[in-house]
Design a protein around this ligand. Structure first.
Ligand code: ADP
Ligand code: MG
Length: 679
């Protein structure tokens, strides 16, 4: 078995299991070996009941001496209470809602129980422990890893697959330069994998973990460092930022402190001949567009063209409107490039662009098509970066000669992670909100609260405000009981017959969507029933209510984005999260939403809830995904890996030396065409 073999090479992995593994991104034997445990249960010793300490998670082996279940056919939710005795004392074991377990236990037999010990009226208890019948082959002793769940594959099965896959790891050789291994005291790759999956003691787990985090980080940091080294010295655009004052003075408001500080960082980049590569992070509503406009204004005044690329046509239209409004008095010409344009229209637009008759072009990724040619592109802005790959961003900047690049995102990423995800970018954060913004009042409700919630919505409409109602699906589905935009539209259109209710979703024709957004923006539509198409960027300040149906179906970042559609004006705004199916994770998400309105805080919580895997859309961003949540918990390892990467790149910017071959191969694999290492 080789590391690059498909997981189907492993004994017991048939088409079904293979599909289950692939669903979480495990395709090769190596992917499987990189599926690291999220924690370990210490099942090395059996503790006598007399020595149990409340508060600890311990392992007990004892004979069952009584079983009590007070449920019956019509009252199935009763607890199941067991009493176990190991000769040193007795332990009570409780399973709430124990009907389905009751038959699994036989008085007189010996079982092992692993769980947190609690004390209740002087009696020792374990609530919902893990249990096995004596002699069960899955009842393993030692430091037992618990893996992030793979739906359709049990923990023991996963353990067995990984154990088989280890065969491929045994021949793994050190690929990091010897000087790095020595200086940073790194354990070898085979040793690390073995001890992460089948550890004999805690120290070895830590050594293995340190190596794996370091390894993943050094590849990323070396890629980034090398990319930077190759773009250094390229003579780029020089934009005169002193024009900014003319534009800012005309704004109907003063810039916030956050906007000012972001702008001052941008000014330094614009003035330099090295191309700007800056990420501007700011929560929804923090006013990133003005910063983009100011930069675009300076670019145009300095004799360049600017391009603004956004992920959806809705957003393109909206930015086009805002830009036209902001720039018309300065005589700056704006163009809009959408996917659905008529051929004649499009040709005229492209001609104007190539001839320099358009100063700023706004559009979707249609802008990166080969036929789009600029006369003198000096500034590239992408909004909501997480939807674009690094590659797309690069394709756009290649349309100019080293233009400045500014990337804006409202998905706040904790800084430790942002450096990893957007490692090739400098980062500015807008952390303050425009003055006078009222905090959005967020509350959750159940389906039975809907009448009251919609009564409230009705009152807001009565007062002249507007509302969004969001559903997870476009159309009703036979197989799942989830609200759809179409279904809700039918319901709400009748309920609010005195108001203008409209439907908006991604499957509608583009001009229809445009028309509806325009009408909503103009205040002619009171209530917009929609799918997540309105998730990003839409700005209608008179809209004060956001109702999200089946809110448990949305992720935290998405909920926060959706909520950001309201609270953009002077009026108090409200967000209602209607929960239909309350799982544990949904409960936590909703609680965080009700408690916090700070996107950065929400992002941190999101990270904790999601665990390893695809963190905050790193996959879309084009950079390799970071598998280990440890990276967030151990920024010091990241810092050390970064230092090591810089040491390597300093001596060998293109990573061509023999000792750097291991890193180079991995950098190429991780970054692919996104990195200028092609030789
Ligand atoms: P986002 O950061 O989500 O893209 P926008 O740029 O759309 O936010 O700004 C949200 C709203 O706040 C817009 O209506 C904008 O005109 C307004 N705004 C931006 N900056 C300020 C400011 N300094 N003071 C008051 N209002 C502002
Ligand atoms: Mg925006």
């Amino acid at each position: 078995m080789e590391l690059n073999d498909s997981v189907s090479k492993i004994k017991g992995v048939g088409p079904k299991k293979r599909e289950a593994l692939e669903a979480v991104g495990i395709q090769t034997v190596n992917d499987l070996l990189q599926w690291f445990p999220r924690r370990y249960d210490d099942k090395r010793v059996i503790t006598p009941i007399a020595e149990l300490e409340p508060g600890k998670k311990l392992l007990v082996e004892a004979k069952l001496i009584s079983r009590r279940y007070s449920g019956y056919r019509y009252k199935k939710k009763a607890p199941l209470a067991l009493l176990a005795d190991d000769g040193t004392g007795t332990l009570e074991i409780v399973f709430f809602n124990g009907s389905y377990l009751s038959n699994l236990f036989n008085v007189g037999k010996i079982y092992s129980f692993f769980g947190a010990v609690t004390e209740n009226n002087g009696r020792l208890q374990m609530i919902h422990p893990e249990f096995h019948m004596a002699g069960d082959k899955d009842d393993i002793r030692g430091l037992v890893p618990e893996y992030p769940p793979v739906p359709g594959i049990s923990q023991p099965m996963l353990r067995k697959f990984i154990s088989d896959a280890m065969e491929a790891a045994s021949g793994l050789e050190e690929w990091l330069p010897e000087k790095t291994v020595k200086k940073y005291h790194l354990a070898g790759p085979a040793f690390s994998l073995t001890n992460l999956h089948f550890p004999s003691d805690e120290k070895k787990i830590l050594q293995g973990r340190y190596r794996m985090v370091f390894e993943e980080m050094i590849v990323m940091e070396a890629g980034i460092a090398s990319m930077r080294a190759s773009s250094r010295g390229a003579a780029g655009t020089v934009i005169d930022s002193s024009f900014a004052k003319e534009f800012i003075d005309e704004l109907p408001f003063d810039l916030t402190e956050g906007q000012k500080s972001a702008w001052s960082e941008i000014v330094a980049d614009l003035a330099s001949t090295a191309p700007m590569n800056r990420l501007v992070q700011g929560d929804v509503g923090s006013g990133k567009t003005v910063i983009a406009e100011t930069a675009a204004y300076c670019a145009v005044r300095s004799g360049y063209q600017a391009a603004m690329m956004v992920p959806t046509e809705l957003l393109a239209n909206q930015h086009y409107e805002t830009f036209t409004h902001a720039f018309s008095k300065f005589g700056i010409r704006i163009g809009l490039l959408n996917g659905g344009m008529k051929a004649g229209e499009k040709k005229a637009l492209l001609d104007d662009l190539a001839a320099g008759r358009i100063d700023i072009i706004v559009g979707t990724h249609a802008i990166i098509e080969p036929g789009v040619v600029f006369k003198n592109l000096g500034l590239v802005i992408t909004d909501e970066q997480h939807r674009f790959g690094v590659n797309q961003r690069k394709l756009l900047s290649e349309k100019g000669r080293e233009p400045d690049v500014m990337v804006m995102t409202a998905t706040p990423i904790p800084r430790t992670l942002a450096v990893i995800v957007f490692g090739d970018l400098d980062i500015s954060e807008i952390r303050s909100m425009p003055k006078g913004r009222k905090k959005i009042k967020t509350s959750s409700g159940y389906p039975e609260d809907r009448p009251a919630i919609y009564d409230f919505v009705g009152k807001q409409l009565q007062e002249g405000r507007q509302a969004y109602v969001v559903a997870p699906l476009i159309s009703d589905s036979d197989s799942i009981d989830v609200k759809s935009a179409e279904g809700l539209y039918e319901e709400l259109k009748d309920r609010f017959s005195g108001f203008n209710v409209a439907l908006l979703h991604g499957a509608m024709a583009q001009d229809e969507k445009d028309r509806i957004m325009e009408e909503f923006g103009a205040g002619n539509i009171d209530m917009l029933v929609s799918t997540v198409v309105i998730e990003i960027g839409i700005d209608v300040s008179n809209a004060t209510v956001m109702v999200i149906e089946d809110a448990e179906r949305f992720g935290l970042a998405q909920l926060h984005q959706l909520r950001g559609r309201v609270g953009r004006g002077e009026h108090q705004s409200y967000c209602f999260l209607i929960v239909n199916n309350e799982t544990e994770i949904a409960k936590e998400r909703i609680a965080i939403m009700c408690k916090s309105s700070d996107g950065f805080e929400i992002a941190e919580e999101d990270l904790k809830l999601r665990g390893p895997g695809d963190i905050m859309g790193t996959r879309q961003s084009g950079l390799p995904s970071v598998k280990m949540t440890d990276i967030i918990r151990h920024p010091e390892i990241v810092a050390r890996a970064k230092q090591a990467a810089e040491e390597i790149v300093k001596d060998d910017p293109d990573l061509t030396m023999e000792e750097d071959k291991g890193i180079r191969d991995r950098v190429m694999k991780a970054f692919g065409k996104d990195i200028r290492l092609e030789i």
